[in-house]
Ligand binder design. Structure first.
Ligand SMILES: *Cc1c(COP(=O)(O)O)cnc(C)c1O
Length: 472
């Protein structure tokens, strides 16, 4: 054992921990218990569990601590303060679940600890990124020239798509953004619907367009852009459309908009965080008709697709624009035969989110994906139908996908019922506003949700409404 003679104390300690089988086994066993109990676990942590988080308020230790005890500590005090996003009755925000294959692949990939920046850093991840790029072209019916960048979520994917748009539209008028910058650059026009997601507005600020310069387009009662309300477009225009309104789930009428917008040489970007996946369902894909005419798309793995978190994808038809926009010096490298992931994302070092994305898609297959996505829609429909039958609740949207917007008699009651439902603990839903009114937003995003969960959820809504009415 001469090799171990010259180890520092910390090397010796870490080596012992690596050889300690109980460490990983224990972490996996805790994880397994957590998932096994998810249906019975609270959808939101108790006040006690949250208060007890103060145990984490400590100075950084001077001495190293033992890994085994650390995992116990994390599980004991951390797990009770998690939210049940993995469960079947978490309908807050727009989230997702995680499939067993996706999670297991993530655990294995975590131990590989690959850096996916370059092919030479991780041939396996570069391979999976290439394969999944083709699968996505097929699922969304996009041209085989479409490139994919694997990023942390749709916010970043929107950033990348619009960065490519900015580069291309300025380039069209003879301005090299990377060399000349934004100072004195010709003006670009940013056109989007009044119900664009807040991440779009953020990206517009980040890219230096300025929120005040947005040309806002009127939307209909479902929150979809009214095609006739779009101003005349030109080669300096970036038109941002949406597949899946974050409240109503509605889709912009791509088919009616895109042909004309492309004829005017506008760049079209589609924020399809959760809605783009409708394209993978035979019954729902009519919602996405016309998306192939766009130039860039942003979509999440971690919502509708049910990959674990930290998984978004930017897709772009104009490889040169995307690679040049994200990497000023990299244009020549796209000619390389192998895929180097960093040229399609803003980052250099990146974790291997592709592993769980690949695993989730392979595990479901086209049929499973279709069934899962359609299942979310069916659950949303059955929730909407059941809740409409209860006196005192009104459904405000056409349930075209997985989102249901509900209100009570007035804003005050709606807000109190929302809080009541959250405290009741059967499910978790959030509040939102819809055309100025307070609403409850129900987003059905998990593969695990069943008809029985919908029934329980509807009863909780009914119970909490009655309770709030009595208090009136
Ligand atoms: C969730 C969402 C986003 C932001 O996606 P993240 O993955 O949270 O960054 C953008 N647009 C829409 C429509 C969304 O629903």
């Amino acid at each position: 054992m001469s090799e171990t003679n010259n180890l520092s104390n910390i090397q010796q300690k870490l080596l012992n921990e690596r050889h300690d089988d109980t460490l990983i086994n224990k972490a996996v066993a805790y994880a397994k218990d957590y998932v096994d109990e998810i249906k019975e676990r609270a959808v939101f942590p108790s006040k006690v569990a949250i208060d007890k988080l103060s145990i984490f308020d400590e100075q950084l230790a001077i001495e190293p601590c033992e890994a085994n005890g650390l995992i116990d500590f994390l599980n004991t005090h951390g797990a009770p303060a998690t939210t049940g996003i993995m469960g079947s009755r978490y309908f807050g925000f727009v989230n997702g679940g995680a499939t067993p294959a996706g999670l297991a692949a993530k655990v294995l990939g975590t131990y590989w600890d690959q850096n996916t920046a370059l092919n030479i850093l991780s041939p396996i991840c570069a391979k999976l990124e290439t394969v999944v790029e083709q699968w996505l072209q097929q699922l969304f019916n996009l041209s085989n020239k479409t490139v994919a960048g694997y990023v942390s979520g749709t916010s970043t994917a929107n950033f990348c798509g619009l960065a490519a748009a900015r580069f291309r539209q300025l380039n069209n008028v003879g301005w090299n953004l990377n060399e000349q910058g934004l100072f004195n650059a010709p003006n670009l026009r940013i056109i989007t619907g009044k119900h664009a997601h807040s991440s779009i507005v953020k990206v517009i600020s980040l890219l230096g367009f300025g929120k005040n310069n947005i040309e806002w387009v009127d939307v209909d009662k479902q929150g979809s852009i009214i095609p006739e309300a779009i101003p005349a477009l030109d080669e300096s225009s970036i038109l941002i459309l949406q597949a899946g309104n974050v409240n109503s789930g509605s889709f912009d009428p791509f088919d009616k908009i895109c042909t004309k917008a492309k004829a005017a040489n506008a760049w079209i970007h589609i924020d399809g965080a959760f809605g783009l996946w409708a394209a993978a369902s035979k019954q729902l894909k009519h919602l996405t008709k016309g998306i192939a005419l766009a130039d860039s798309w942003a979509v999440d793995g971690h919502k509708t697709l049910n990959t674990p978190y930290d998984c978004g994808i930017v897709l772009c038809k104009d490889e040169e624009a995307m690679v040049t926009a994200l990497h000023a010096e990299g244009a020549y490298i796209i000619q390389s035969e192998e895929r180097d992931g960093m040229f399609y994302t803003p980052e250099m070092s990146r974790r291997s989110r592709i592993i769980e994305l690949w695993a989730t898609l392979k595990n479901l297959g086209q049929q499973g994906l279709d069934e899962m996505i359609l299942g979310l829609h069916k659950n949303a429909l059955s929730f909407a139908t059941a809740i409409s039958k209860i006196d005192g609740f009104t459904v405000l949207n056409e349930v075209v996908f997985n989102q249901v917007i509900v209100k009570c008699a007035n804003d005050d009651l709606t807000k109190r019922v929302t809080q009541g439902i959250q405290q009741h603990g059967v499910c978790w839903v959030g509040g939102s506003t819809w055309f100025g009114e307070a609403v409850i937003r129900v987003s059905i995003c998990s593969w695990l949700t069943t008809e029985a969960d919908i029934v329980k959820t509807v009863s909780s809504f009914e119970h909490c409404l009655k309770k709030a009415q009595i208090k009136n």
